[in-house]
Write a protein of this length. Structure first.
Length: 228
């Protein structure tokens, strides 16, 4: 009996110092070891956040997928609208509109921007019979292969609703600040739909360039909500 108690005591002493998460060779006590995260420091919207490396990679891929336009100084999900068809492609990059929340499928004939009320392009976030477009004026862009952007413009004239959206300088590639352009729905018969429409003019002149100017008419079209 004494030998059995001594053997049991020695077994307890041997097991006392065993690591908590050690995997036994015969499959006993096979609890998994805690995983050590490979972490790093990343800045998100001005805040420093500790994240594991996989999450940082996914975050960077997501940010890289956002559309950024030269001169805006911030990340913006938006689309450039050249303002005319392929026959004027050589000067379309002189002046373009940057419209927030739209995709290429929302742009018709290079100049008509359609938006269903309540969609991301309707930036007021309400179903109130108004589509609020956020629009900025961009000059000398490099997104159109057929157009060689001039180093600067001599003149730029735009419609009154977007005068505050022009860049502060006409030199180099730049975009102005976004401004709100509200477009009200109405009960007219345009395309057999209850739509609203606003036309915006832009006229850019670059001396010494060929072509010399870019004259565009943009159309912002508000459509009823696509959801019941």
């Amino acid at each position: 009996m004494l030998r059995r108690h001594r053997a049991l005591w020695h077994r307890v002493q041997r097991n006392r110092d065993r690591p908590r998460y050690q995997v036994a060779s015969k499959g006993l006590d096979a609890r998994p070891r805690p995983r050590k995260l490979n972490t790093g420091l990343v800045s998100v919207a001005g805040l420093e956040v500790v994240m594991d490396r996989h999450s940082i990679r996914v975050l960077r891929i997501g940010i890289a997928a956002a559309v950024v336009t030269a001169g805006l100084g911030s990340w913006v999900l938006a689309e450039l609208v050249p303002g005319s068809g392929p026959n004027l492609a050589k000067s379309d990059c002189y002046v373009e509109l940057n419209v927030e929340g739209v995709s290429p499928s929302d742009i018709k004939s290079g100049r008509v921007v359609t938006c269903h009320e309540g969609d991301p392009c309707d930036t007021d976030g309400k179903i109130n019979d108004v589509c609020t477009f956020k629009v900025a004026v961009c000059i000398d862009q490099t997104n159109l292969p057929a157009c060689h952007a001039p180093k600067g413009l001599d003149k730029l004239k735009v419609s009154q609703p977007i005068r505050a959206a022009v860049p502060s300088s006409l030199t180099g590639s730049a975009c102005g600040s976004f401004v709100d352009v509200p477009v009200k729905l109405h009960h007219g018969a345009h395309n057999g739909k209850r739509t609203g429409m606003v036309r915006l003019q832009a006229n850019a002149t670059a001396k010494g360039s060929t072509p010399r100017g870019d004259r565009d008419t943009f159309v912002l079209e508000c459509l009823p909500s696509s959801t019941p």
